[in-house]
Design a protein around this ligand. Sequence first.
Ligand SMILES: Nc1nc2c(ncn2[C@@H]2O[C@H](COP(=O)(O)OP(=O)(O)OP(=O)(O)O)[C@@H](O)[C@H]2O)c(=O)[nH]1
Ligand SMILES: [Mg+2]
Length: 407
Amino acid sequence: MREIRVALLEADVNYKIVKEIVKNVEEEAKKEKVIESLTPAEQIITILYRQLVSILGESAPLNIKSGNINLVILVGLQGNGKTTTAAKLAYYLKQKGQRALLIPFDFKRPAAREQLISLAEQNSLDVYRDTLNSPIPTLKKAVSFMEKNGFSVGIIDSAGRKEIDSEMMNELKLVNDNFSLSETLFVSDSTIGQGALKVAKGFNEVVPLTGGIFTKFDSSAKGGSILSFRYVTGKPIKFIGTGEKIEDLEVFHPDRVISRIVGRGDVATLAEKAAKAISEEESMQLLDKIKNDTFDLNDFKRELEGIKKMGGFGSILSSLPVMPGINLSALNDETMLKKTEAIINGMTKEERENPDIIDGSRKRRIARGSGVSKHDVNVLLKNFKTFRKMMRNMKNIKSIDQIMKLR
Ligand SMILES: Nc1nc2c(ncn2[C@@H]2O[C@H](COP(=O)(O)OP(=O)(O)OP(=O)(O)O)[C@@H](O)[C@H]2O)c(=O)[nH]1
Ligand SMILES: [Mg+2]
């Protein structure tokens, strides 16, 4: 835990968030079953990995609707990479077959506009060349230009300031109030660290951000600010800038950032290995139960929960060839699963371990207790018994490998 804390702090994750993560990892670790094929440290890292994935989220696509005029505005402090990212984004969209127009939006510095035009020219991208006067009229004209010329996405390269100032904020607010923006993306230099957080919050209060893009990830940035951004704003991270060239923009994927934060490259692989080990160990335990004929309704329920969790079948269910008398698609049905769960929960421990004792009056009690009909209880018990019979027929199978081969 100490090592995790140090690694997160060194990656410049906000200390409050570090505290929270360490606490969660600790709690999770206590609940977790020991996986024999991993070292304790490896297992802790996989728990940390899951925590970080749940904070960072998976990749989120750009909110672009076809047939619409989509406006994407990039905001952020000076020098964080807005103009470069605007061009990269236009290039990215062009590769995807979208017609994107770059729109310079700095009314103070003519050089800012020239920088964008020159990037566009170098990379054969479309840029809005009208002279700029003031924000709203300019953007209105740009939008009608887009309509006339069949552009679907306008990428607005807003002006950066050294720090948040009211003039810049008013300008953004005005744009936000007068146009329906598809995306307001916060562009931040990932080497800045925690300082970026305050800035992101400041922007978010004036114009609701819809996501973040973190640039300069090719540098020594450790990625803590990316984690903190997501944790504090709850907004998805959309892209990562990985260099100065036009193609150096990657759709955000948590693995890469996590590897950087944790300081080792194989975290995702490790997590996969852990998941596989868990399912294998569970399968082995189940196999023992089949052999010893102790497969009961608790195990049945666990298998069904596995179905729910993975959207597929539980460890052994999925390896079985065909199960006569059991309708697999019915088992996979959400309402059916809920019902089954409710019924099993309504049973006593004794009934679950030894379903054969469930007679007519017990069935009535269970049905009443779990709010289903007696028929439902009958169906469940019949399914279970068919399943158990099949399992008994499998007793001569010696290893899990043999089951796997049956697939
Ligand atoms: N290595 C690297 N450099 C980047 C990346 N993104 C941007 N840069 C560089 O960062 C510097 C500033 O980028 P700009 O795009 O001009 O930043 P900006 O936010 O538009 O700046 P202002 O318009 O002044 O607010 C440039 O030298 C870029 O080449 C990246 O992902 N990696
Ligand atoms: Mg710029």
